[in-house]
Every structure is written in structure tokens, then in C-alpha cells.
Design a protein around this ligand. Structure first.
Ligand code: HEM
Length: 512
């Protein structure tokens, strides 16, 4: 008997018409059926050189690594919804079909295995004797960290405790825009907003990143620059021979410096908080203790978690402080771009915001619960402009995908990016139609595996609640106060481990 996790489904290939067999969720014990499973080697894909695989094409530039999203799309069009590619000794199976996603998710169990989200950060952190962080660990170590943060980062009730801070920073940001009206680089401005918001939640104080012409603003710009260096150079290293794993190449040294600067700034704020907690809580009176408990809620909660060290706290705080730069920020900018480009949707959203929030300055938990159309707008913008190409799993058991045997331990990339623009799943896929995500419309999407911008299951994005709260609060305030007008050309993205805008992001914010 061959114990395989499989699922019956006839599917249609992507770029060309073809039918494939994905067998059903059960063990296969029929000899004939076992024989019909094709081997791993038969999975189609670009032919490459021994060990190097396809890497040389990215190195010499015949394939553009910064447009990797379109390289993969081209391969899906050529080979169908499953293909494999080897880069420097690592063979990855790329899949692009909700039924296959379902099979992979069924296999993952309570402790799913992934590749590190950022291999270079993992290396830097290991060398610096830091905790590698949730997205860079597996097994028991991951489970220990995830259990510790689950309550404080994933429970909506816990995250909404930071609404006062989120509202305060968003109000300040909106006031600045009301003065400026024209913003040439919204990507940069909203990066400062993201750091200011998360910094306030982590470190209990305003960092001053939105104060123009100050030292604090310079610090924010340095963090934004260092973050860009991390992702750019990580992409260069992903598409090079992995020599940096064995000795410090020039690129790795630059990356190391960027990591060091970013971590150093976050860590100095954390040290300040830990000292302050020590004086105010250990040696203070009732009043100072109560104040510190509110100001330092996040860090105190982590300190009270079982099995969590100072090192772990450092990396968790670093993630909450900085991860929004490459995720929440591009999600915000693309949502605003989509709204500015669609007067119909912008007007409908304004009507919703007006009826739910009115002229209030503070967005509440109840308001967020009622902003249904806004949530659909954000989902739809994440479909048109996803921030990641894929969700990665290493399968625990042998499985069959599309009739091919995938041995346990294979790196599988579930490609959302390509799925989102596929007309088999989305009517008029190039158009911004938030109604797809609402019940009962004639374009409603029904397959639960089709849009998973935050992933799903035990490894679902740990920052999801914070990211969504930040996005809903700021977007609703911007729509409440302004008519949005996009002043740029086309909106485009490049691949830098995640996908990130590579176009100018000028907007006009016309007061209502
Ligand atoms: C629009 C914003 C964001 C999107 C679309 C997003 C998306 C994702 C996705 C797809 C994953 C992989 C999930 C999986 O493997 O199943 C992930 C993991 C993760 N994200 Fe996010 N993310 C966002 C914002 C954030 C923010 C702001 C933070 C930090 C507060 C964050 C922290 C993490 C962490 C720590 C993981 C690893 C979780 C684990 O392996 O247990 N993310 N995110």
C-alpha cells in the first residue's frame, strides 16, 4: 500500500488546455493506481545544468530576477499548473491550483515546515547569536515561539488594545497630508507612518518619525533605506551561487551592515523599555506600575510568556517594528492606488465610511467590524498587487500532486500571484472589483483556497491582525477626509523576495 495524501479532481491547465489528474484524499493501495502515479523526475520544467539548474540564466540576465513573478508566470503558461525548477542544487516544485494547495495544506500538520522566510536574515541572526525569529525556524523551536506570540499578536481583542496608538498616529499622518495635499512619494511617507505606528505599540512612545526635517525623521529614512538594502541584496544572493553561505562575500558584508544598523536601532529602543520597566515596575509605586503596564503592554506580555528569553523578545519586537515596511506599506499604497483609479469604488467606500464612522476622529473595534466594503477593497487590492508570490511548504509525507509523486521533504511553492490574474477563477481579472469578496454578488469567489494573502493554518501570518488594523484605520481616515487622485503612470512591482512597487507613487489628497 502506498500511503499518499491525494485528491480526485480534473483540472484545466493554465496557459493551454490540458486535463490532469489530482487523485483523492486517501491511501492508494491498488497496484494499477500506484503504477499510474508519475515519478518526480517526470514533472516538467526548464532543463538546466547539473547542480546549477536554471541559475545561470538569471546570472547572465536572460531571465530577469527582478521580474521573477513574470518568469514564473511564463513557466506556468508553458508547463501547466505544476513544474519544477532547480537553482544551485535546490529543486523546487511550483504549483498553481487551489486543489493542489488544499492537498499541501492537509499534509502540513500542527507544525508545518517551511524554508526560512529570509535566509540571509536567518544567517545574520545566527551569527550574531540572536533568535532567528518565527519565520526562520521550524519544529519545536518554532512551536515554542509561536505559542508565545499567538495570544498577543493573533487575538483580535489583544490587538485592538493598540487602537488608541494606531488612531493617534493615523490622525497625525492625515493632518500632515491635509497641509501638503500633493505627495510625490507616498511609499516613503507611509513607510514612516508604519514605523511610527509599530514603534509606538512596541516601545510605548512616539518616535517622531513623521516630524519633517528632524533627526528622528533621518533615523526613519535610514531604517527604510536599510530595509531596502536587505531585500535587494537578499534577492541578488538568492540568484547567485551560494558562496556567501561559506565565506563573507562583498554583497553579504553590505547586507550584514544593513541588518546590523536596523537591528541596532530597534534594540536600543528595546533596551530603553527594559530599563524603564525595571525602574517603574520593580521599584515604582502603584501609579508608575499602572502607567508602565499600559505603555509597555506588548513587551510586558512577552516577558510574562513561558519559555521566552530576552533574545526571543528582541527578534519578535524587531518583526513587529519592521515587518510592516515590506508588507503593510505596499498593501496600503496599492489599495489607495486602486481606489484613486476607480471613482465608483472610491465613492461607495466613502459612503460606507461616512455611515459607519461619520466625522469621528477615533475608529473603534465596532467600526472596523462594520467596514465590510473596506475589507473587500483591501482584499481586492492584495489580489491585483499581492505582496508575496508564494507560500512555501516542505511536505511531511509523500503526496501526489496532479498525478506526480512528490516525496516527503520537497520544497513546494504555492504560487498565489499567478492564480490571482487567472480568468478561470476571476471574472475580468484585471479589474478592481471589491464586490468579488462580498456574498451574493455575481462575481463572488467561492473556493476558500483561492485568496490567501496571509496564508492559512498554524503558520498563517503572525502579523495579520496588526497589519489589517493599521490598514483599515488609516484607509478609512484618508477616505473620510480626502478625494484620492493618482498622479502617476502605471503601477508596477518588482521582485525582491517579496513584491514591492518599483514605480513613483505620487498622489493628490484633495480635502472633501
Ligand atoms: C499586508 C500585510 C501582510 C501580508 C499580506 C503578510 C503575508 C504573510 C504570509 C503569506 C506569510 C506566510 C504564511 C504561511 O506560511 O502560511 C506570512 C508570515 C509571517 N508574517 Fe506576514 N504579512 C503581512 C504583514 C506582516 C506584519 C506587519 C508582520 C509583523 C508584525 C508580519 C509577520 C509575519 C511573521 C512573523 C510570519 C511568519 C509566521 C510563522 O512562520 O509562524 N507579517 N505573512
Amino acid at each position: 500500500m502506498l500511503k499518499l495524501l491525494t485528491r480526485h479532481r480534473a483540472i484545466t491547465g493554465l496557459g493551454h488546455q490540458r486535463r490532469e489528474l489530482i487523485t483523492s484524499s486517501r491511501s492508494i493501495n491498488d497496484e494499477e493506481e500506484i503504477k499510474s502515479v508519475k515519478s518526480f523526475h517526470e514533472i516538467p520544467g526548464p532543463k538546466g545544468l547539473p547542480y546549477i539548474g536554471n541559475l545561470h540564466k538569471y546570472i547572465v540576465g536572460s531571465l530577469n530576477k527582478y521580474k521573477y513573478q513574470y518568469v514564473l508566470k511564463q513557466y506556468f503558461d508553458t508547463y501547466g499548473p505544476i513544474f519544477k525548477q532547480t537553482l544551485a542544487g535546490r529543486t523546487t516544485v511550483h504549483i498553481c491550483h487551489p486543489s493542489m494547495f488544499q492537498i499541501v495544506y492537509k499534509d502540513e500538520g500542527k507544525v508545518p515546515t517551511i524554508l526560512p522566510l529570509l535566509e540571509t536574515s536567518k544567517k545574520f541572526r545566527t551569527e550574531e547569536k540572536m533568535s532567528p525569529g518565527l519565520g526562520n525556524t521550524n519544529g519545536e523551536e518554532w512551536y515554542r515561539l509561536r505559542t508565545a506570540v499567538q495570544k498577543h499578536m493573533m487575538k483580535p481583542g489583544e490587538v485592538s488594545a493598540y487602537l488608541p496608538q494606531t488612531n493617534e498616529v493615523a490622525n497625525y499622518f492625515v493632518e500632515n497630508l491635509a497641509r501638503l495635499q500633493n505627495v510625490n512619494n507616498l511609499l516613503q511617507e507611509s513607510s514612516k507612518w508604519s514605523l511610527e505606528t509599530s514603534g509606538y505599540c512596541c516601545f510605548g512612545k512616539r518616535l517622531g518619525y513623521l516630524h519633517q526635517g528632524t533627526e528622528s525623521e533621518q533615523e526613519a529614512l535610514r531604517l527604510i533605506k536599510m530595509n531596502d538594502v536587505q531585500f535587494s541584496l537578499s534577492t541578488d544572493l538568492k540568484f547567485s551561487l551560494p558562496l556567501y553561505k561559506y565565506y563573507k562575500t562583498a554583497t553579504y558584508k553590505k547586507l550584514f551592515e544593513a541588518e546590523e544598523t536596523f537591528t541596532g536601532i530597534a534594540d536600543s529602543y528595546l533596551d530603553e523599555v527594559l530599563q524603564s520597566i525595571d525602574t517603574q515596575i520593580t521599584k515604582g509605586n502603584h501609579e508608575t506600575i499602572a502607567q508602565a503596564q499600559v505603555k509597555y503592554k506588548f513587551i510586558l506580555a512577552l516577558m510574562q510568556s513561558k519559555n521566552i528569553s530576552r533574545k526571543d523578545i528582541g527578534t519578535i519586537v524587531l518583526s513587529l517594528f519592521g515587518d510592516g515596511l515590506r508588507t503593510t506599506v505596499p498593501a496600503l499604497v496599492s489599495t489607495l492606488y486602486c481606489l484613486a483609479s476607480s471613482p465608483r469604488v472610491q465613492q461607495s467606500l466613502f459612503e460606507e465610511v461616512n455611515s459607519v464612522i461619520g466625522k469621528k476622529q477615533e475608529v473603534t473595534v465596532e467600526d472596523i467590524a462594520n467596514l465590510t466594503y473596506l475589507k473587500a477593497c483591501v482584499k481586492e487590492a492584495l489580489r491585483l498587487f499581492p505582496i508575496g508570490l508564494e507560500v512555501v511548504r516542505v511536505n511531511n509525507k509523500d503526496i501526489v500532486l496532479s498525478g506526480f509523486h512528490i516525496p516527503a521533504g520537497t520544497v513546494i511553492e504555492m504560487n498565489n500571484f499567478n492564480l490571482f490574474s487567472n480568468s478561470n477563477y476571476f471574472k475580468d481579472p484585471g479589474s478592481f472589483i471589491p464586490e468579488r469578496w462580498l456574498r451574493g454578488s455575481d462575481v463572488t469567489v467561492v473556493d476558500p483556497y483561492i485568496l490567501m494573502p496571509f496564508g492559512r493554518g498554524p503558520r498563517m501570518c503572525a502579523g495579520r491582525r496588526f497589519a489589517e488594523q493599521d490598514l483599515y484605520v488609516l484607509t478609512s481616515k484618508l477616505i473620510q477626509k480626502f478625494k484620492l487622485d493618482w498622479q502617476g503612470g502605471g503601477y508596477s512591482q518588482e521582485y525582491k523576495i517579496l513584491v514591492y512597487p518599483d514605480c513613483d507613487t505620487p498622489f493628490k489628497f484633495e480635502p472633501r
